[in-house]
Design a protein around this ligand. Structure first.
Ligand code: BG6
Length: 481
C-alpha cells in the first residue's frame, strides 16, 4: 500500500515533537508501508534538504531512545519532502493536488498539525481543489474548538469536504497502549464483567496528574485551561471506555456508538452542582521533585491576574441501569506531586465482615503512565500463628515487562491507524460535540463566578477542596489511602 502523508504545520512544534519521532519509530520498527512519502507544508521557502536538516536538528531535543543515528536519519529522511504553501491560496492547493496525482498513491493522509483556527480554511480549500477523493483522509489534532459552537462550526466545514469516515479526530490518549488495554480488560476477558456494575463497584476515580507546568505555552494554555485541555477530551474518553456497554462488534462505529451513549448518560451540570461537585485550582509557587518552581501567574506569557484553572476535580454519575448512583471522579492538574495517570476502580466492601481489624475494600488500579500496568488489590492473612488480621496485598502486572519489544508508542499507533484507515481510536464528531455539551454548563458557571480558581502549592495534589469533595461520599483519593 503506497501512501502520501501531507503534514500541514510541517515546521511546527507538534510535527517535530510528536509526529516525526513517531514516524521514525514506525520506520525503525519496519511498520511503515514501503515507498511512502511525507510532505511537510509550511509558509517559508526551503528545499527538501533544508527541511531534512531542520528536522535532524530538532531530533536533538527529543528523548534519547527516539533519536536516530546519522545513518538511520539519512535513510529515514529519504521520504521527507517540503513544499511552501500559503494556506489561503487556491493555486497552492492546485499545486499540491498535482504533486499528489503525479504519483497516485493508494492513500493520501492530510494531517492538520496547525492551529485549529486554520482547519476550516484548509478543509474548504482541500475540498475545492479535489483533494478529498475516496482515498483521502484528514487528521485533525486537538483542540477542536473551544466550546460546542466552535466545535460544530469546525465539524460542519470538515463535513462539507470529507465524509465522517474520512475525518480522523485525534485524542492521543486513545493511542496509549494502556488505554487500549482498558478495552482488552473489559471485553477480551470475562472475569470482570459480572462485577463491572453498581452492585459491586463503589466508585471510580480517573486521575491524570502532571508534574510539569505550562512551560512556554502560557498564552495557549491561558485561553484553554484544564477543563478544555484534559477533561473534555482525554478524561472523558477514558470514562467512556470504563463505563460503556460491550459493543456488538469491534467495528469503529459499534464502539463509538456505545461511547456516545455514555456521554449522553452523564449527569448534566447545573449552577448548583458546579458549585458543589467541581473544584478548580491554579498552582502557586512551590517545589516539584525537590526543585523550586514558579506559580502559574509568573509563567511566561500568562496574563496578569489570570483566572485560568490548572487543576480540575469533579464528581459525576453515569445515569443508566449499570451505573446509577456510582460516583465517577475525574481529576487533572499541572504541577502536581508527580506524573501519574491512573484509573482506580474501588469495589464495595464485603457485606458481612468476619475478620477483625480495619476494612479496606478491593480495588483495581489501571496504571496509564509513567508505568503501564494493572494492580489488583486484595486482602490476605499475612502472618502465621493465629494472626488473622487482614493485610492489603496486590497482584501486579507490568505490561512493559510482559511484552518487551512489542510496545508501540501512542502517536506511532495513531499514525499507522490513520494510514491504514482503522478508525477505532479516533473520535467521532458526535462524541466530541456531546463532550462539549456536557462541559459547557461548567464553563458558563465559572464565567459568572467571582471567586475564581483556588490556589494550590505546586508539588502537592491540588486544593484541599478536592479531597473534601470526595470525602462527602466517604471516599479518598488514591494517594490519601
Ligand atoms: C495534551 C495537553 O493534550 O496532553 C497538554 O494539551 C498535556 O497540556 C498533554 O500536557 C499530556 O499528555 P501526556 O501524553 O504527556 O499525558
Amino acid at each position: 500500500m503506497s501512501f502520501d502523508l501531507v503534514l500541514f504545520g510541517g515546521t511546527g512544534d507538534l510535527t517535530w515533537r510528536k509526529i516525526m519521532p513517531a514516524l521514525l519509530q514506525a520506520f525503525r520498527h519496519c511498520k511503515l508501508p514501503p515507498g511512502g512519502r511525507v510532505l511537510a507544508v509550511a509558509r517559508d521557502e526551503r528545499s527538501d534538504d533544508e527541511y531534512r536538516a531542520f528536522i535532524k536538528e530538532r531530533f536533538a531535543a527529543v528523548e534519547a531512545s527516539k533519536r536516530p543515528s546519522d545513518e538511520e536519519f539519512a535513510r529515514f529522511a529519504e521520504m521527507l519532502h517540503y513544499r511552501r504553501m500559503d494556506l489561503s491560496q487556491p493555486e497552492h492547493y492546485a499545486g499540491l493536488k498535482a504533486w499528489v496525482d503525479e504519483r497516485g498513491a493508494d492513500t493520501v493522509v492530510l494531517f492538520l498539525a496547525t492551529s485549529p483556527y486554520l482547519f476550516p480554511v484548509i478543509c474548504e480549500q482541500l475540498g475545492a481543489a479535489g483533494l478529498n477523493g475516496p482515498n483521502a483522509r484528514v487528521v485533525l489534532e486537538k483542540p477542536l474548538g473551544h466550546d460546542l459552537k466552535s466545535a460544530q462550526t469546525i465539524n460542519r466545514v470538515v463535513a462539507s469536504a470529507f465524509r465522517e469516515e474520512q475525518a480522523l479526530r485525534i485524542d492521543h490518549y486513545l493511542g496509549k497502549p494502556a488505554v487500549q488495554n482498558v478495552m482488552a480488560l473489559r471485553f477480551g476477558n470475562a472475569l470482570f464483567e459480572p462485577l463491572w456494575r453498581r452492585e459491586s463497584i463503589a466508585n471510580i476515580q480517573i486521575t491524570l496528574a502532571e508534574d510539569i507546568g505550562v512551560g512556554t505555552r502560557g498564552d495557549f494554555y491561558d485561553k484553554t485551561g484544564a477543563l478544555r485541555d484534559m477533561i473534555q477530551n482525554h478524561a472523558l474518553q477514558l470514562l467512556t471506555m470504563i463505563a460503556m456497554e460491550p459493543p456488538p462488534s469491534g467495528d469503529a462505529d459499534a464502539i463509538r456508538d456505545e461511547k456516545l451513549k455514555v456521554l449522553k448518560s452523564l449527569k448534566p451540570f447545573t449552577p448548583e452542582s458546579v458549585a458543589r461537585d467541581v473544584v478548580r485550582g491554579q498552582y502557586k509557587a512551590g517545589s516539584v521533585g525537590g526543585q523550586p518552581v514558579p506559580g502559574y501567574l509568573d509563567e511566561v506569557k500568562v496574563p496578569v491576574g489570570s483566572r485560568c484553572e490548572t487543576f480540575v476535580a469533579l464528581r459525576t454519575e453515569v445515569q443508566n441501569w449499570r451505573w446509577a448512583g456510582v460516583p465517577f471522579y475525574l481529576r487533572t492538574g499541572k504541577r502536581l506531586a508527580e506524573r501519574d495517570s491512573h484509573i482506580v476502580v474501588n469495589f464495595r466492601d464485603v457485606p458481612h465482615p468476619i475478620f477483625p481489624g480495619t476494612r479496606q475494600a478491593n480495588k483495581l488500579v489501571i496504571k496509564l503512565q509513567p508505568e503501564d500496568g494493572l494492580e489488583l488489590h486484595l486482602l490476605a492473612v499475612k502472618g502465621s500463628g493465629g494472626n488473622e488480621l487482614l493485610s492489603p496485598v496486590s497482584l501486579d502486572l507490568d505490561f512493559d515487562r510482559a511484552f518487551p519489544s512489542e510496545r508501540v508508542g501512542g502517536y506511532e499507533r495513531l499514525l499507522l491507524d490513520a494510514l491504514a484507515g482503522r478508525l477505532n481510536l479516533f473520535v467521532r464528531s458526535d462524541e466530541q460535540e456531546q463532550a462539549w455539551r456536557w462541559v459547557e454548563p461548567v464553563l458558563q458557571a465559572w464565567a459568572s463566578d467571582p471567586t475564581g480558581p483556588r490556589p494550590y502549592s505546586a508539588g502537592g495534589w491540588g486544593p484541599a477542596a478536592a479531597s473534601a469533595m470526595v470525602a462527602r461520599d466517604g471516599c479518598t483519593w488514591a494517594e490519601e489511602q
